[in-house]
Design a protein around this ligand. Structure first.
Ligand SMILES: *Cc1c(COP(=O)(O)O)cnc(C)c1O
Length: 224
């Protein structure tokens, strides 16, 4: 019940933010960020109409994917990814938002080519320069762009970022949008997602062009 109501409120706020920015609310997908959220509550969200989810840990995510495999939903990987977990992540999740280095992109490409698939990925950018955060630096991303776009078995569908805690997120969101506009011609027509915005800042993210907002607490309540 609570989940349904929360989801309704989030949808409403997304709609209002979209209108403020002159955007069509339909362009924006809600991804339920379900780390620590159990399968029962995920099913509640599915019943309330949510179709896209994100997990941060490979093993935890696989457990849930197997438990709800009969549902018509997508589960993406959004967490920090160790390269030794990459193969499993590609096998189970329908996309990865957190390809955070050229090395990881190359490895994902190699794994996908071995599996004979084209695998959807988003590149994660670290726009604050914080060393503790993963993600391509802006300059680095521009430099590896030709090499990235030559990888044939990953299928780039967009960019992702997490702004630094405790700062105004808007400049980071607008910078990601700017970079997106600058690089999109390298990647073709499926490259159209901007994965940005979480519970505390998704309205700002929508105003700045987000197409996927990743929302945990505002839908599922505080995490244990
Ligand atoms: C947990 C998480 C979210 C959701 O965060 P909330 O503040 O609970 O909305 C979004 N993106 C990533 C990468 C996360 O780890």
């Amino acid at each position: 019940m609570e989940i349904r109501k929360n989801l309704e409120r989030v949808r409403e706020k997304i709609g209002e933010a979209a209108i403020r920015a002159g955007r069509n609310p339909q362009e924006i997908k809600i991804l339920g960020a379900t780390k620590t959220v159990d399968v029962l509550r995920i099913k509640e969200a599915i019943d309330a109409g949510l179709r896209l989810f994100g997990e941060n840990r490979v093993q935890e995510g696989i457990g849930k994917i197997e438990a709800i495999s009969d549902e018509d939903i997508e589960i993406h990987f959004i967490g920090v990814l160790q390269s030794n977990k990459l193969k499993k992540a590609i096998k189970y999740f329908s996309a990865i938002h957190s390809i955070s280095s050229f090395r990881l992109a190359k490895k994902a490409d190699f794994i996908a080519s071995e599996m004979g698939i084209e695998y959807p990925v988003l590149f994660e950018l670290n726009l604050s320069g914080e060393r503790s955060k993963s993600g391509f630096g802006k300059q680095e991303f521009i430099e590896v762009l030709p090499a990235l776009s030559s990888l044939e078995s990953i299928h780039p569908i967009g960019l992702m970022t997490i702004p630094p805690l405790g700062k105004d997120p808007r400049p980071y969101f607008s910078e990601l949008k700017e970079i997106f506009e600058k690089v999109k011609r390298n990647f073709g027509t499926d490259f159209r997602e901007l994965s940005m915005g979480m519970s505390d800042d998704y309205e700002v993210a929508v105003e700045e062009g987000a197409t996927i907002v990743r929302i945990g607490r505002a839908i599922f309540g505080e995490r244990r």
